[in-house]
Design a protein around this ligand. Structure first.
Ligand SMILES: *Cc1c(COP(=O)(O)O)cnc(C)c1O
Length: 384
């Protein structure tokens, strides 16, 4: 089976993990701060706090943004459930904003919804923006709407590492408060499991650090009261209710080694995507489009089919092509339906989902494997 996505590991990645196992601390050593500095530098953000998954990162990003019980948080219905769950962890209410042709939150819908929420006095505390498939949201336009209202912007950049918007890397936080990355094996780079939160705001960085590390600090300058004179270097304080969301040094070593190859991974993904554009041009499909001021990280190559999607999907799977579907709209999940969401609430998202098909795309996919995918797809579509 040719999978839809897959990590790409080499001997250097393996050696860097073995080196940590043989010679270094397994956790709280040097690898985590080195990985954090390298990520911040790559994305051109000021600060980076690594965590054990993007889901953890989204949770503490919401908390750092002040999201709490009774607040509203908005996100895209076309995403993985973690984009919404993070708000629920904080006791907040979730609502969604429908997508546009780019499959990202629609700026037009957002403007209308904000105007209504302002009148009804129920503006969201934060909005979680998803750069779907690695293609950036229109950050400048969105920030122009939300900044005057004091709404926090959190980027769920799990698909976006290596992509660009207006000539800057996704994750630079030029228009947002924080951006969250994932290093799950199908994402741009992997640390097996892992994630990171980027920010340019040093107050947010301090809160994120505390929240990810038990709420505990050892920094003498950060103590809430002066430590009594007889207390020594062992002294630490728990200041908030934090979590153990630390990334280990073993995972950070793998992530750091992978980061060195990120540009090559993205270049190969982009090459495969443009080859798909050519190879699929004559088939009855809608192909993904990326605006000229953006470079997608090409996490996914999604097409929209005409015909019986379920049949197309299962025939391709039978032929060894690991197609997939991203995503079942979050508001239609049983967990979210209990809050009153139903079919028809977000027609663009639901219409997209009805015909969406994800084709295999990852750096190690060979040209001949790609041709195999296209040939099988052409055959199956011909039978429709
Ligand atoms: C993968 C993914 C996540 C969760 O990432 P983890 O690191 O597995 O927790 C969150 N949001 C989106 C959009 C994702 O694709």
């Amino acid at each position: 089976m040719i999978p839809y996505g897959k990590h790409s590991l080499d001997g250097q990645d393996i050696a860097s993990v073995v080196d940590v196992l043989e010679n270094h601390y397994l956790t709280q050593g040097e690898m985590v701060p080195r990985f954090e500095r390298a990520l911040a530098e790559y994305c051109t953000a000021k600060h980076c706090v690594t965590v054990n998954s993007a889901t953890s990162g989204l949770h503490i990003a919401c908390l750092a943004a002040g999201v709490g019980a009774g607040d509203w948080v908005w996100t895209s219905p076309i995403s993985f459930v973690a984009s919404a769950n993070c708000a629920r962890y904080c006791g907040a209410n979730v609502d969604f904003v429908d997508v546009d042709e780019s499959h990202n939150i629609s700026v037009t819908h957002l403007a209308a919804r904000l105007a209504r929420a302002k009148v009804e006095n129920c503006l969201p505390k934060a909005i979680i923006l998803v750069h779907f498939a690695g293609n950036s949201c229109d950050m400048q336009q969105i920030a122009a709407l939300t900044q005057p209202l004091g709404i926090r912007l959190i980027e769920d950049a799990a698909h976006g590492l290596g992509g660009e918007y207006q000539g800057r890397k996704i994750g630079c936080c030029q228009y947002s408060d924080m951006a969250v990355l994932s290093f799950h094996p199908v994402k741009s780079i992997t640390s097996a499991e892992g994630g990171a939160v980027l920010t340019n705001d040093s107050e947010l960085q301090k809160r994120l650090l505390l929240l990810a590390r038990h709420g505990v600090t050892r920094d003498p300058d950060a103590m809430t009261n002066r430590a009594p004179v007889d207390q020594g270097a062992w002294y630490y304080q728990q200041q908030v209710l934090g979590f153990n969301y630390r990334l280990s040094d073993v995972h950070a070593a793998l992530g750091l080694s992978q980061l060195g190859k990120l540009d090559a991974f993205i270049a190969r993904r982009a090459q495969l995507a443009s080859q798909y554009d050519v190879l699929l041009a004559d088939l009855p499909l809608k192909l993904p489009k990326v605006a000229t001021d953006r470079k997608s990280a090409w996490h996914l190559y999604m097409v929209q089919v005409t015909g019986n999607r379920q049949q197309i999907f299962s025939r391709l799977r039978q032929a060894g092509i690991g197609v997939n579907v991203h995503y079942i709209p979050i508001h239609l999940q049983p967990y979210y339906r209990q809050f009153g969401f139903k079919e028809g609430d977000f027609p663009q998202a639901e219409g997209f989902y009805a015909n969406a098909l994800t084709l295999p795309l990852y750096p190690d996919l060979s040209d001949s494997q790609q041709q195999q995918v296209v040939a099988q797809l052409a055959k199956v579509l011909g039978e429709q």
